[in-house]
Design a protein around this ligand. Structure first.
Ligand SMILES: NC(=O)c1ccc[n+]([C@@H]2O[C@H](COP(=O)([O-])OP(=O)(O)OC[C@H]3O[C@@H](n4cnc5c(N)ncnc54)[C@H](OP(=O)(O)O)[C@@H]3O)[C@@H](O)[C@H]2O)c1
Length: 302
């Protein structure tokens, strides 16, 4: 299959290219920085330079390549999760506007399938784990609500055109090489410097996914039935449990504890919500249909 990957040089884009090439596909990787184009070629794909925010260049790329499938992994996230609030407007613009150009071009040039990155960690599972029928947390406070509304718009876009097979992959929190959650990642540095606290009882359940497992599921999504899939691991774990295990894994002290009232006063409603309201997601459909077989979280292995 001829496949155009946008965001091909990102944390997921790289293992995805490797797996797509390994499965024998003709892979084209879109990025805009020169060093990213070199990295894409080194991974065995053809690189194509283009700025997703430039409508004409996106249409020219899709017209030239005429892919069977477009995989949209465009993000503009910061090196540290602590900088998310300042970077979210640019990220939202890239995914909605830049990804919008890509989707329109895919439609114009009769791309058969469009695979969209979505989110499996801001789903509302109610009293249990979130399924594919669960909605995003569009009414949550702060950046959680903002991001959820963006992901909801992306899912709506990809499922709304009969001529395109739309697939939305609701990935868990990425971990692994090149991500925030890895031994050399930004979250580990913040934790080691004592900049992360456990708020209240840390009731939120987190669903992670290793970027290489996410890549495996994305390759499987090339031929699976269209629709939504929760691409998350099999260990949805409470913040109170995984945070101390993670600290142990990177060899630092367990984080300090702050009670809910103090956290609300010092950090606002969003921090409290983030650590105490997330439900985690169920991966049954992705396991059955995409053959997802997620590795175990390394920080829970001890
Ligand atoms: N589910 C999750 O938890 C999740 C999801 C996404 C990201 N993240 C986290 O966010 C951090 C950064 O993610 P990442 O490594 O994927 O981001 P990244 O390295 O910034 O990659 C984003 C991709 O989008 C491309 N891109 C950005 N702006 C573009 C534009 N205007 N036109 C064309 N292409 C453009 C980049 O190309 P260039 O290289 O040329 O800039 C790159 O290929 C990581 O820690 C990752 O774990 C987490």
């Amino acid at each position: 299959m001829k496949i155009l990957v946008a965001g091909a040089s990102g944390a997921l884009g790289r293992p995805l290219i490797t797996r797509l090439r390994g499965a024998g596909h003709d892979v084209w990787g879109l990025a805009h920085r020169p060093e990213s184009l070199v990295a894409i070629e080194q991974l065995g794909a053809s690189s194509v330079k283009g700025n997703a925010l430039d409508r004409e260049s996106v249409f020219a790329v899709v017209e030239r390549i005429r892919p069977d499938v477009v995989i949209d992994q465009l993000t503009s996230l910061p090196a540290s999760p602590f900088d998310l609030p300042t970077r979210l407007p640019a990220d939202r613009r890239l995914r909605l506007e830049g990804g919008g150009h890509l989707f329109e071009a895919a439609r114009m040039y009769q791309v058969r399938r469009y695979i969209q990155q979505s989110c499996g960690f801001y789903l509302d599972g109610g009293t249990g784990l979130a399924t594919e029928a669960s909605s995003l947390r569009i009414n949550a406070p702060g950046t959680i609500g903002e991001s959820s509304r963006m992901y909801a718009a992306l899912e709506k876009r990809v499922s709304g055109v009969p001529s395109i097979e739309g697939v939305g992959l609701r990935y868990g929190f990425f971990y692994g090489p090149g991500t925030w959650y890895w031994s050399d990642g930004a979250f580990s540095r913040h934790l080691a410097r004592g900049e992360v606290s456990l708020i209240g009882s840390g009731r939120s359940r987190f669903s992670f996914i290793h970027v290489d497992d996410a890549a495996q599921a994305t390759v499987a999504a090339l031929t699976a039935p269209a629709g939504l899939y929760n691409v998350v691991d099999s260990q949805p774990t409470r913040m109170s449990e995984w945070l101390s295990a993670y600290a142990d894994w990177i060899g630092c002290d367990a984080p300090p504890h702050i009670d809910e009232a103090e956290a609300f006063h010092r950090m606002g409603e969003e921090s409290l919500y983030y650590q105490n309201s997330l439900t985690g997601a169920c991966n049954r459909k992705a396991v059955q249909v995409l053959g997802l077989s997620p590795r175990r979280l390394p920080w829970l292995e001890k």
